[in-house]
Design a protein around this ligand. Sequence first.
Ligand SMILES: [Zn+2]
Length: 111
Amino acid sequence: MSIYTCPHCGEKTFNPLTKALAGQMNSRGRECSECGTRCVNGKGATIFNAVYTLIAFAGVVYTYLHPENFAVGDVNYEIFVVAGLIISIFLIPRLVNAFCFKMTEAIRLNY
Ligand SMILES: [Zn+2]
């Protein structure tokens, strides 16, 4: 069974882009074009997102506490490292969702 298969009707109605945009279990999800069921990335994706956010946040705190480790000559790259980590919190889970983890039906149905 493909990771782009709708968990409700079994049709392969998602692609890497729509799957990435479907979000995790706490989000609104994206409608299947066959049956209209709202689908989100399942438990694996939700756990990965939580763990990655934690690791990246730890990285931000570490950079803040030890800025001297990110200095090259007279230039300190601390701000770029922090900015990169924060951007990656939004990008990496979506990128991983696009290519990994099975989808599941959204729990929050009515919006
Ligand atoms: Zn469907």
